[in-house]
Design a protein around this ligand. Structure first.
Ligand SMILES: NC(=O)c1ccc[n+]([C@@H]2O[C@H](COP(=O)([O-])OP(=O)(O)OC[C@H]3O[C@@H](n4cnc5c(N)ncnc54)[C@H](OP(=O)(O)O)[C@@H]3O)[C@@H](O)[C@H]2O)c1
Length: 235
């Protein structure tokens, strides 16, 4: 038994990478987890892994850029104690060469969906006087770089959203936090010659930070955690 036993959580982007690691860590800690992403087979695998370890998990397919999918997801999952906004995407391209459609997808997934999920799932947390919203940002939310304008702008926005939301709900006992990882060894990072994957952060390391926030004393909220690789992955 620990602080998380018997609690419930929604994890977005739970099919692979960081979201998978967070979902499995929460399942092992005794949370009933709602897993969501677009790829059903990946969600199914994560669900089976949690169930096999004696945990509780349900999977609900949704494209978080679509309102048609977002609202049924919210209805299906019902009230949760913890919302982990992890799903994210961005296409690398210069501002001049980017497609505006890609920018829209990035903003809808990385910023708008977390805001809508928080808006809809917070009232139950407020009623209970406890809960948590944890957003997975990025070090790209602290400094921009060439060919990553929309991704970086969305992650800057996610930090602003986190800070504003924290000020709104802190008196209700709800933790609000953003985690800012550097390179994490997940499918999001394509194999490239100049990066040593062995030196990247592991998805489990980010999951550890989520547990750290959720297990923090009721008197303390770790609002922002930056995790950088110990050694530089650049060759
Ligand atoms: N990897 C890194 O180096 C790194 C560093 C800093 C921050 N981050 C952030 O960490 C988070 C997770 O990244 P990751 O590396 O684990 O990425 P990943 O391996 O590409 O996994 C992304 C997850 O999000 C889901 N997803 C993507 N588009 C979606 C959509 N439209 N609707 C619903 N779900 C969608 C994917 O599933 P489907 O494709 O099946 O939908 C997948 O489960 C992201 O917010 C990312 O920005 C990553």
């Amino acid at each position: 038994m620990n602080e998380l036993t018997g609690k419930s959580a929604m994890v977005t982007g739970a099919g692979r990478g960081i979201g998978r690691a967070i979902a499995i860590a929460l399942g092992k800690a005794g949370c009933a987890v709602t897993l969501t992403a677009r790829t059903e087979a990946e969600l199914h695998n994560v669900q089976q892994e949690i169930l096999a370890a004696g945990g509780k998990a349900v999977a609900h397919r949704a494209d978080l850029t679509r309102d048609d999918d977002l609202h049924p997801l919210i209805e299906a999952c019902g009230p949760v104690d913890f919302l982990i906004n992890n799903a994210g995407w961005g296409k690398r391209a210069s501002v001049v060469r980017s497609r505006v459609d890609d920018w829209d997808q990035t903003f809808r997934l990385n910023l708008r969906a977390p805001m809508i999920l928080a808006k809809e799932l917070l009232p139950a947390m407020i009623k209970k006087g406890q809960g948590a919203v944890i957003n997975i940002g990025s070090v790209s939310g602290k400094s921009g770089e060439a060919n990553g304008a929309a991704y970086s702008a969305s992650k800057f926005g996610l930090i602003g959203f986190t800070q504003s939301l924290y000020e709104e709900v802190r008196e209700h006992g709800i933790k609000v936090a953003v985690i800012l990882p550097g390179f994490v060894d997940t499918p999001m990072i394509p194999p490239v010659k100049h990066l040593d994957r062995g030196k990247m952060i592991q998805a489990d390391d980010v999951a550890e930070a989520v547990l750290f926030i959720l297990n923090a004393p009721a008197t303390a909220c770790p609002v922002e955690i930056t995790i950088r690789p110990q050694r530089s992955p650049y060759k």
